[in-house]
Design a protein around this ligand. Sequence first.
Ligand code: SF4
Ligand code: MG
Length: 317
Amino acid sequence: MLLNLEMLRIRFGAFSPVDEVTLGVDRGEILGIVGESGSGKSLTATAIMGLLPRIGGQVAAGSIRFDGAELVGMPERQLRRLRGGRIALITQNPMTSLDSMMRIGPQIDQAARLHLGLGRSAARARSLELMADLRIPDPASVYNLFPHQLSGGMKQRIVIAMALAGDPELLIADEPTTALDVTVQAQIVQILVDLVRQRGLGLILITHDMGVVAQACDRVAVMYCGRVVELAQVDALFQHPRHPYTQALIRCIPRRDMAPGTMTAIPGIVPTAMTQPRGCRFNPRCTRAADRCRVEIPELRVGAGGNGVACHLAEAA
Ligand code: SF4
Ligand code: MG
């Protein structure tokens, strides 16, 4: 495995919004992390990037191993070299990564110069090449534009080019297409898929959209309220979802043959770290909850094939 998380717990003061998270991604593989907002997906990404301290959090337990090296407790100086270099993050809002006052090209150059130690002209050549790889038309002209002169989809391609400039082995994309319309979204997801296939990157694709999961992912970790509730190959997940929460997510996918207005949503809301229920955290919303579910947290049991489910009922079945 390129990246392995084991029993990861993230703490903010007295609260643990992420707990016992176990998942992994290999080179050339796309792992989806899916769940509603508040499930701990972005915090998990923040932990992998070593950026929790910046938002007042910390890793309280567990392990994050990248290419064999333990990242938990690694000195900041070393982490900084990994970040943006071997591990790169793409976020939902391109403007958090782009400098609105600076032309596009030099922003990509910067990443290549910083992480690969390239000189000015080599960095520029690399940026133009990356822009062409990302199917940005007329890279030489776009190079000299400012971010506001580009559409949302083009800006997100530039952000991906910046992430690739340091030649990463692991890419983490946190809701990279959420702000875009459906057609552009599908194009960006396809670009990410192609990058993984061509370059053998590991990709963690964080999304709340099961359509994106179906389009792109090889394997999926379903998160609910800070815990992984199901780990599965993507086909198995859609054909035989085992966790009631996964089943509910799949029922909520809008289908073409449904009459307008019949889209279902899962009743209830995701509890916060401060209002986590006892026992299985999904029990207040689960139609199959039994007494045991209100007392005992179901553990994620990962089998030999790397699949697993955290549900008392699914375990019994
Ligand atoms: Fe539902 Fe119980 Fe399974 Fe939780 S453990 S998902 S409450 S059946
Ligand atoms: Mg998020």
